[in-house]
Design a protein around this ligand. Structure first.
Ligand SMILES: Nc1ncnc2c1ncn2[C@@H]1O[C@H](COP(=O)(O)OP(=O)(O)OP(=O)(O)O)[C@@H](O)[C@H]1O
Ligand SMILES: C[C@@](O)(CCO)CC(=O)[O-]
Ligand SMILES: [Mg+2]
Length: 389
């Protein structure tokens, strides 16, 4: 039997980085997914059936570990702890990194080593030393602020758990199906442990919004689902400047150690901005005028959040170029995700003409950026068994 899992990426409307330090943040899923297919080969004398294969299709990378080698390097995993996620120890991370290094990843793709390590750890923790084949594809740009690492961890955890004894599922169901509440919680916990390997110190917001979908408010590990009561359209601009969330999160923590009082005030201001933004989105609207008033408040809060992200040191010249360009069209923007490059969000007001949207996209793309408009606040992770789509 083969299972396919998909998990969405996300945008952060307010509160990135500050959320790592206990502030409120607001995030929504987007309709771009990472897919993980997983199957167990039928036993035969073929050498390939005693290996764990991982194929990262879009980036054209294949890994293949003999299960005996995994057992040799990781003798303490493999005790099938599927129902009780626990952190990966530092020694295990080092041992797994060595197994990944043995596969000789080309220098240009070395950033993917942490993704491969995370998969290997999740796999061995949940299924032990069983041979399998996993294929990963993604519609998300990797390392760009749209939560590719979380979507990868959530889709991997979901596919692995779907074929474990820890969840009860309807194998005859055709097409995509959702997990129940307790299974979602288990996926989210495993994905969070996976994110720790990639991010160092994640807040958990990215894996949570990828697991549950919708728009969520998140603070200190607690999620509150938000009911959006206004149309929200965002332009997403990818600066295509590569960056890495782990390093950016660490740089904000270092600044916080250097300037604890000032940074505490910055985080507290972000907390208020996220809470205000959530209550604006949630409050009912009666007409276009009310929507316009709400949009103006959202724009102002996004600009204030961007200012505070600059204070944290996570903006970038490419982000500033996007901000200046959108401002020419009287549109407000902020970075989304970890910053340092990556993606920028621009609010597209409800009454904004299509011509203006086309013009701003044309100008941004002529500067070498890539624009997209994604559906936001849709469903979370889902799975589908082979034979169904
Ligand atoms: N489809 C994938 N296959 C393998 N590894 C992946 C995949 N998607 C993400 N990763 C891993 O996640 C890393 C990127 O994660 P990172 O947290 O830096 O960016 P992001 O999640 O896209 O942005 P943000 O955290 O700001 O939302 C990649 O370098 C890789 O190790
Ligand atoms: C930068 C950050 O706040 C969001 C990354 O999408 C990190 C985190 O919350 O884990
Ligand atoms: Mg990430």
């Amino acid at each position: 039997m083969e299972v396919r899992a998909r998990a969405p990426g996300k945008i952060i409307l307010a509160g990135e980085h500050a959320v790592v330090h206990g502030s409120t943040a607001l995030a929504a899923s987007i309709d771009l997914y990472t897919y993980v297919s997983l199957g167990f080969p039928t036993p035969s004398d073929n050498d390939d059936t005693i290996k764990l294969h991982l194929h990262l299709k879009d980036v054209d990378l294949e890994f293949s570990w003999p299960v005996g080698r995994i057992k040799e390097v990781l003798p303490d995993l493999g005790s099938h702890t599927a129902s009780s996620p626990s952190p990966c120890s530092l020694e295990t991370i080092k041992a797994i990194a060595a197994l990944v290094e043995e596969q000789n990843i080309p220098e240009a793709k070395i950033g993917l080593a942490s993704g491969a390590s995370t998969f290997l750890w999740l796999y061995t923790s949940i299924h032990g030393y069983k041979p399998a084949k996993a294929v990963v594809t993604s519609e998300l740009p990797l390392g760009s602020g749209l939560g590719s690492s979380a979507a990868f961890c959530v889709a991997s955890s979901a596919a692995l758990l779907a074929l474990s004894d820890s969840v009860t599922l309807d194998f005859s169901h055709q097409g995509w199906q959702m997990f129940g509440e307790s299974e979602l919680e288990l996926v989210n916990k495993w994905a969070f442990e996976g994110e720790k390997i990639i991010h160092g110190k994640p807040s958990g917001i990215d894996n949570t919004v990828s697991t549950y979908g919708n728009t969520i408010k998140f603070r200190s590990g607690e999620l509150t689902r938000i009911k959006t009561n206004m149309p929200l359209k965002m332009l997403i601009t990818n600066t295509k400047v590569g960056r890495n969330t782990k390093a950016l999160v660490a740089s904000v923590s270092e600044r916080t150690i250097r300037h604890p009082k000032a940074m505490a005030l910055v985080f507290s201001a972000v907390d208020s901005i996220s809470s205000e933004l959530a209550s604006i989105i949630e409050s009912p609207v009666s007409d276009d005028l009310a929507i316009t008033e709400k949009e103006e408040k959202l724009e102002e809060l996004m600009e204030m959040n961007q200012g505070l992200l600059q204070c944290m040191g996570v903006s970038h010249a490419s982000i500033e170029t996007v901000l200046r360009t959108t401002l020419k069209y009287k549109l407000s923007s902020k970075l989304t995700g970890a910053g340092g490059g990556g993606c920028v969000l621009t609010l597209l007001p409800n009454l904004l003409s299509g011509t203006v949207v086309d013009k701003v996209i044309e100008e941004l793309e002529s500067s070498g950026f890539q624009c997209l408009i994604a559906g936001i606040g849709g469903g979370g992770m889902e799975i589908s068994f082979s034979g169904s789509s």
